[in-house]
Design a protein around this ligand. Structure first.
Ligand SMILES: O=C(O)c1cc(=O)[nH]c(=O)n1[C@@H]1O[C@H](COP(=O)(O)O)[C@@H](O)[C@H]1O
Length: 283
């Protein structure tokens, strides 16, 4: 028997959340012990968890989504992962959509297990980030798990870091590497459900190269773009208008350090939402 269809897709829930909060902004939870103000008696996991929960509380009701940087939790082993589970749970309860920024990428059965980890069970999130460099077949388990669960997958296409050029801009007979990845993602979103503008397979496109991001938008009309690189990395939200559709959907601007370490993270979140709303308005 076929699995029951999910109640609603990630794209639908994200669009509703963006409309509710007024802008397509995501706060990145990247807690780094040396930067968190309270050390919880020297227990690093307790400190980063408490900090993350405070940020979740501060930004709930203001932004549509949060993105948990799994590395910041996994480095502490099982206790860190347990903390990530609790932070994801708290964010979900606060009606924030959650993105597990895990950047996974592996073959066959390993990919299926990674996909299961982030769509069901204690680490389940509304979306997960993945790397495409082992080939498109490795993305299929993520797409299938996401389509079945009503969640999303964000594939790295053009990253925001300076070294993103090293591989992603290499030329191939089929175009630049990022364009080849974009074409593969576009194929994977084929067959949208009725009334849906975007499929379950989204793309990570850095804000630090707005013209490149714009060109990639055109190549992936059915992908939600997750856009890091504003704030601490210097990207300008005003340069990203073309990534949004006429309804202000289709892209999600994400920033971590500039919000969570702001004197008032709630104010940082409000500013981020306003910047995203302004960018989308001009789109
Ligand atoms: O996948 C990501 O989220 C990501 C992709 C990318 O191209 N660049 C990028 O910065 N990120 C992540 O986005 C966050 C950026 O943090 P800030 O620079 O502090 O806003 C970090 O968690 C990065 O790992």
């Amino acid at each position: 028997m076929a699995a029951p269809a999910p109640a609603s897709s990630f794209a639908t829930r994200l669009a509703a959340a963006v409309d509710r909060r007024g802008g397509a902004a995501c706060v990145g939870l990247d807690p780094v012990l040396e930067k968190v103000p309270h050390r919880n008696g020297g227990d690093p996991v307790a400190a980063i968890e408490a900090f993350s929960l405070r940020v979740v509380e501060a930004v709930a009701g203001l932004v549509p989504a949060v993105k948990l940087q799994m590395a910041c939790f996994e480095r502490y082993g099982s206790r860190g992962v347990a903390a990530a589970e609790r932070v994801l749970g708290a964010a979900g309860e606060a009606e924030l959509l959650t993105i597990a920024d895990a950047k996974r990428g592996d073959i066959g059965v390993s990919a299926a297990h990674y996909a299961a980890a982030f769509t069901a069970g204690p680490l389940a999130a509304d979306a997960v980030t993945v790397s495409p460099y082992l080939g498109f077949d490795t993305l299929v388990p993520f797409r299938e798990a996401a389509a079945a669960a009503g969640t999303g997958v964000f594939v790295l296409v053009r990253t925001s870091n300076p070294g993103g050029d090293d591989l992603q801009s290499l030329r191939t007979p089929g175009g630049g590497v990022a364009e080849v990845v974009a074409a593969g993602i576009e194929r994977m979103n084929g067959g949208l459900q009725a009334g849906e503008a975007y499929g379950p397979v989204g793309a990570v496109v850095g804000a630090t190269r707005p013209a490149v991001a714009e060109a990639l938008r055109v190549r992936m009309p059915r992908s939600i773009l997750l856009v890091p690189g504003i704030g601490a990395q210097g990207g300008d939200p005003a340069a990203l208008s073309a990534l949004f559709d006429a309804r202000g959907h289709g892209a999600l601007l994400t920033a971590s350090r500039s919000v969570i370490y702001a004197e008032d993270p709630a104010e940082g979140a409000r500013r981020l939402v306003a910047a995203a709303a302004q960018a989308a308005d001009r789109g």
